[in-house]
Write a protein that binds this ligand. Structure first.
Ligand code: FAD
Length: 411
């Protein structure tokens, strides 16, 4: 008898970890548009060169053995009635007995004029490469004798959104640029702004961590603009509004971390969704109208999870083991399980020298927290083999940032 076909869409935290748990139990296919997984919490360290691509973005063919068939393709349509999935690179559609939806989100520019066309997203390796290239080319244009006020204007970068992502990114950028100033003996200092509509930074995090974040933003000399709304982005300008007053700045780059929306593919699905368009799943993670379709991670609304976990890798990672367990139960005709998901702690990178970690209700920061974060994340990487290789590389090879060198000498 042929094995049941399980098709998993999306090779991020939800999809990859489900595939790893299901390997060998059925005919499992993992479909994803990139050829690698991405450990997003360390994308900032990839930007700064503290880690290399292979550390945080291992290829699927290295992670998955012969028990999981990897298909690199873009999913173009999902037909829940015909139980099939259309892919950009294959004429024939892929049929399934069980479908796992783990397609994650995309950057949400919330309709701000010019934002999609002119600001840089920050969700993939290529985005980090583009941003690093943008910083280097901006630095390369500055002659050593340029006056400090002109340098500052030419090297103004803005990060939109002061959630964890915006604060991690802006402190990292500010530290890298400041280091490059010293190495290139430029006059003055760079300007990095973080712009936030709300009244405080890291609104989704507790006060203990916020204190460390605020201190780091200050130390890295990031300009924080709260209660401020970006109204327009152009090729080299940003316009924002604060208390009714508009201001336009010349910018060398604007990075958008201001929001996430669901994969556009979900719009096609005629299933139950919440106000934000997230798929409402049963506590067993399958869709109420389709017992053979499971959804998890950023695209799923799971009522029994601590609210601060929504939209996190932590949640997708924890849900993957429940999804795999319930898929096996479904295929064997057994009862499915439910689980309450708790927060496992918080860790946030703050510039190139420090971090902040909250664990067991206690927060600590500085260089020690940076080391603790590296250790913690080593243990969260996929597969033992990869963890061991990366752990050894960080331990013996170090994790020093790579300076922003002139273009010809860059990585
Ligand atoms: C820069 C950054 C830093 C983050 N830091 C943290 C952190 O420190 N802690 C934390 O808990 N969370 C963090 N997050 C959030 C975390 O990454 C997400 O919550 C998590 O990745 C969700 O997992 P997922 O499986 O739902 O989606 P994802 O991990 O986004 O995976 C979705 C996958 O689907 C693929 N895909 C999408 N559309 C298609 C298509 N049409 N066809 C084929 N493949 C497709 C994508 O390429 C991707 O591989 C961060 C996110 C970003 C962007």
């Amino acid at each position: 008898m042929s094995k049941p076909k399980i098709v998993i869409l999306g090779g991020g935290f939800g999809g990859l970890f489900t595939a790893l748990d299901l390997a060998g139990s059925a005919d499992v296919s993992l479909v994803s548009e990139e050829n690698h997984f991405l450990f997003t919490p360390m994308l900032y360290e990839y930007l700064s060169g503290e880690v290399e691509a292979w550390h945080i973005a291992p290829r699927f063919d290295e992670l998955l053995d012969n028990n999981v068939h990897f298909v690199q393709s873009h999913v173009t349509a999902i037909d829940l009635t015909a139980q099939s999935v259309s892919l950009s690179t294959y004429e024939k559609s892929l049929n399934y007995d069980v479908l796992v939806l783990a397609l994650g989100g995309v950057t949400n520019y919330v309709g701000v004029e010019g934002a999609e066309g002119f600001s840089l997203p920050f969700r993939k390796l290529a985005h980090a490469d583009n941003l690093r290239h943008r910083m280097v080319t901006a630095l390369d244009r500055i002659p050593p004798d340029m006056a400090p006020q002109d340098v500052r204007r030419e090297l103004t970068f803005a990060v939109v959104g002061a959630g964890a992502s915006g604060c991690e990114l802006s402190t990292k950028m500010a530290d890298l640029l400041t280091d490059a100033f010293k190495r290139r003996a430029l006059h003055g200092e760079p300007r990095v702004l973080v712009i936030e509509m709300g009244d405080r930074v890291v609104p989704g995090m507790g006060d203990q961590i916020r204190e460390f974040v605020e201190e780091a933003l200050l130390e890295s000399r990031v300009e924080v603009h709260t209660k401020t709304r970006v109204v327009k982005v152009t090729k080299d300008e940003l316009t924002f509004e604060h208390e009714g007053n508009q201001e336009t700045l010349k910018t060398a780059g604007v990075v958008w971390t201001g929001g996430v929306k669901m994969s556009p593919l979900l719009e096609q699905l005629d299933v139950e969704k919440n106000r934000r368009g997230l798929l409402i799943v049963e506590p067993t993670l399958h869709l109420s109208q389709h017992v053979n379709v499971f959804a998890l991670g950023d695209i799923a609304f799971y009522p029994d999870a601590t609210p601060t976990l929504a939209g996190t890798a932590q949640l997708a990672f924890q849900q993957a083991s429940l999804a795999a367990r319930n898929i096996k139960a479904y295929l064997e005709g057994n009862e499915m399980h439910t689980k309450h998901f708790e927060e496992l702690g918080e860790a946030i990178s703050l510039g190139t020298e420090r971090a902040a970690v909250l664990t067991g209700g206690k927060a600590f920061g500085g260089a020690l927290a940076r080391q603790a974060r590296f250790a913690l994340y080593t243990s969260r990487l996929p597969t033992w083999h990869h963890r061991l290789r990366v752990g050894a590389s960080w331990f013996f090879g170090g994790t020093a940032p790579q300076p922003l060198l002139p273009l010809g000498l860059e990585r």
